[in-house]
Design a protein around this ligand. Structure first.
Ligand SMILES: [Zn+2]
Length: 236
């Protein structure tokens, strides 16, 4: 069996990635299985996990949510988990560093390794996919190419080459990802990107801004409702 494990947040990038993986030729072959994996880490935008479940259902793949309550204790200064307001504005702004959750992707990938390795039988192999993309690089060091290369090496070494890491969107921005999602008929009304975790989405956080810019670039209309759909146009 070849396993394909997608780290699925419920945001638009990982939702697209799940569809991308589910439709790979090698996945369509007999003997492959896709596993969607999400983490409940006390994120403010926990509603995204409902959308993650909906995307997994759309792709007809199994979905597992691993509770990581401890991450909140490790990240008291992060706006995504702690008692800190979610900053407004674009990602390039210094205040976006507040959205860093220490060690998040390292922890997620280590747990994905453990989750997948626990399923392998003799002769099975697996690929882990995560949806880091070029737009994440500025403020999130654990979304950069060097990190992915290092983690791939660590994962291969730890599993004697039975499991590897692939980051297909490393050189793509959100507009590129949406271009692909359109061809895969991803339903973006069932995704959540807003860091504030509100419905309608705030439209003011870096994540909302980047998403709306991406939809503009791909010449698509974002099906989500926003409290302020025009805010992101400031300081473009
Ligand atoms: Zn927002």
């Amino acid at each position: 069996m070849k396993y394909h494990c997608v780290i699925l947040s419920g945001g638009m990038d990982s939702a697209t990635l799940l569809h991308h993986v589910a439709w790979l030729d090698e996945v369509q072959e007999y003997g492959s299985k896709v596993l969607a994996l999400s983490f409940d880490y006390g994120q403010r935008h926990v509603k995204e996990l409902e959308y993650a479940a909906a995307q997994a259902a759309d792709c007809g793949v199994s979905h597992t949510i691993i509770p990581l309550g401890f991450l909140t204790a490790l990240a008291p200064k992060s706006a995504l988990t702690g008692d800190v307001a979610v900053p407004e504005g674009h990602y390039a702004a210094d205040n976006m560093k507040l959205t860093v959750v220490p060690g998040r992707n390292t922890i997620f990938l280590a747990l994905a390794l453990a989750f997948v390795e626990g399923q392998l039988e003799e002769g099975d192999t697996a690929t882990i996919y995560y949806g880091a993309h070029a737009g994440d690089h500025t403020i999130y060091p654990d979304c950069r190419l060097n990190f992915a290369v290092g983690m791939d090496l660590a994962i291969r070494t730890a599993t004697e080459e039975r499991i590897k890491l692939v980051v297909p969107y490393q050189h793509m921005d959100k507009g590129d990802i949406l271009d692909e999602g359109r061809s895969l008929s991803v339903d973006y009304s069932k995704t959540m990107t807003c860091y504030a975790g509100t419905v309608p989405a705030c439209g003011k956080c870096g994540s909302c801004s980047e998403r709306l810019i991406g939809f503009d670039k791909a010449r698509m209309t974002d099906p989500l409702e926003y409290a302020d759909r025009e805010y992101y146009k400031q300081n473009l």
